[in-house]
Design a protein around this ligand. Sequence first.
Ligand SMILES: O=C(O)CCC(=O)C(=O)O
Length: 299
Amino acid sequence: MRHRLPVVSPPDTAGDEPQALPTPDPDRDEASTAEPGLPPLPLRPVRCLTRPSLPTLHRFGRAGLPLVIRGALQDAAAVGRWTPSHLREHAGSVRARAYVIPDGQVRLDARTGFELRETDLSEYADDVIAGRTPQGYFRAPLEVLPARLRAEWVDPVYCRGGLRLRRNLWFSAPGTVSRLHFDLPHNLIAQLYGRKRFLLYPWSEYRNLYPFPPWSSVPHLSRADLGAPDFRRFPRLPLAHGWHCELAEGDMLFMPSRMWHYALSLGASITINHWWSPVAMLPVCMASDLYKRLRGLNI
Ligand SMILES: O=C(O)CCC(=O)C(=O)O
């Protein structure tokens, strides 16, 4: 077992500025990247920087661009220490509402949004450790973890002090999918264990991504399955230009507010995400949370 201080180093401000940010250029990305496992869609790699400065991150946020951050978590105790067995040992009694995913697709409920089921972390971890498919996706607010485990994580400098900051543990079995959707807050996703692939699109591709209707229980979710895109049902899908990336242990992904994202766990995976509200979106985020509460939505 590695013993390291649970601190996140401040980012290095040298070496990554000034630099021109890549802007979406549809003409350059006609063909899909031919990487194995990627759907045949026009996707280019997400820009990746080692320990970028905070101002650099803010520039990506203002430009509405995603960014993979490498090398900024090497001092975080949880990276490399949080494994399925570690979670089972130190947080086995935690109960949370896991997304129900019976056949690779999260089950939807017309009234409440996503269908959730109370699950013990130990039960979920047992399945993952034994190589069984748990038919769900374990997600819990970090606050419900025992204090000792919680102390092994410190908010990365990029989101520290963010408005209405919320953090979640995402624990998944190989092949678990988060369907294409967007959230209103900014998002910083830290990969603690295993690998995860993300497919991303800017908000402006809304029309080409076939969201459920605004009055539905999941207006932020695409009807299309990016794992097996059906171009007959969704003919505009190949017109959408997006990005792809793969996170390994110790990597982070920054996604600005309202970025469409799809995630696939390439093996057993443990992730912590951080949502915080951009100042300009604060009233919208608060109104959205109120709307969800009033309608009883699990989204
Ligand atoms: O990591 C995942 O599977 C999905 C995470 C996600 O959807 C989010 O952080 O908003």
